[in-house]
Design a protein around this ligand. Sequence first.
Ligand SMILES: Cc1ncc(C[n+]2csc(CCOP(=O)(O)OP(=O)(O)O)c2C)c(N)n1
Length: 513
Amino acid sequence: MNGAETLVRTLLASDVRVCFANPGTSEMHFVAALDQHPDMRCILCLFEGGVSGAADGYFRMKGEVAATLLHLAPGFGNAFANLHNARKAQSGVLNIMGDHADYHLRFEAPLKGDTVGISRTVSHWTRVCSEPGRVASDAADAVQAARAGNGQIATLILPANMAWSEAVGQAVAPPPPALRRPLDSEIAAAAKALRQPGAVLLVDGPALWSDLGLLAKRLTKAAGARLMQPFFAARFRRGAGAVRIERMAYRIEDNLALLKGAPALVLCGTTRPAGFFAYPGRPSTPDDPDTRLIDLCSRDMDIAWTLQALADDLGEAKLEADDFVSLAVPPLPSGPITLEKIGQSVAAHLPEDAVIVDEGITSSAPLAPALRQAAGHDVLTITGGSIGFGLPNAVGAAVACPDRKVVVLEGDGSGMYTLQSLWTMAREGLDVTVLVFANRGYQILREEMAAMGEEMGRNAVRMFDVVEPSLDWVALAKGHGVEGVRVTDMAGFNAAFAEAMGQRGPRLIEVVC
Ligand SMILES: Cc1ncc(C[n+]2csc(CCOP(=O)(O)OP(=O)(O)O)c2C)c(N)n1
């Protein structure tokens, strides 16, 4: 037995059963060890950003840590952007990054790089295996770290000679440390603040998709407070049957208006809201300067306990039909394509309990009104603002929930960052329908530039337009083994989307808009 073998045994003994992978030579012994264990599901992604995004989507939907297998420094670098999104989503991800044999590191081999440095920029926990006999316990610690604090990024660096050297045994990850809780006095102060008319409880994490949402609703109703959620969330429930929670807006101006006059803003499972960017002459944060900010329970603390403690103080009001979203399926729209009509058509066809991965950027907002009253579904958003999240996250979500339809709302600019994920969808037969909004450019950046009062000249236009040539998404899908269709009117969209919902397997619909 070698170090790599003890690593794989430890992962399996610790209930890590999926490995999203993009290997290289420094990981060959790890690959060989994985090869001995068919009970570990290894899924090849053709770019490391696909690996990390898939592990993120998997955790968001399954609540379980997946392993990633990443090539030494540059490979991990390619995974960075989606690890950043995963970190902001509070996803637990266990990265296994290979490295050169330790004695080889004193030479300037081509792939040598600062593995520890690049890991630390995005990981909560980083460790280099330095003894073959300790690979198993290092791996157990890494799994524990990935599960700590509601989910963290943990990176174990495995030099090749730690993997290939003789070692024995396996370990099991200890349970994660108990989550921190607010003091009783802090609960009492927050409860008192929430009793003031117009006070807001801002929640995130499982309160947005599990029964904790019911608890949050009952206690805010009892207190007479508003219940709100951030605009970007790792996962939230939407559509029929969802608890009514006010969602914050994307733009700082809208959030300033939403929070104006609130006497208190109590944070539970989230951080103080901040604008996506700073703009000259505008505030960075949307809370009213007169609002009392109460940072009750951060994202890595015990959210369930905190909500129950608030409920114990404030009481729990009975929920009525009005506290839940009702179903309103719109009629099928016809004629030329508009995004509002696309939303209506998606809402009309969406099966119960679908998962929508939202990277539609400017195309998503017009779809939202219809989707709000569609059949109940989960929404995964781009928590870290780093584009190239949608297709990989959909891979992870579909692996986590094979019985649920996954629908991706994808901008054509963002989709190009990680389109290799289409191939993984085809290879694994994942039930994902991708809607690409082909507006042929970086529309949000055009809007941002206009909002700054800047004129667009030739260079700016050429940096925002994705034309000459235009992307052929049907051909791109086909090249990755996914059936694709281009639609230019609502009749075409209705038919293509209905067909995609009626069948299993990956599909792509290029929506010319
Ligand atoms: C990793 C990363 N690179 C660049 C950006 C900047 N950026 C934000 S949105 C965007 C373009 C999005 O275009 P598209 O997906 O087509 O959506 P649209 O704006 O057209 O709705 C870019 C380049 C980013 N957010 N993240």
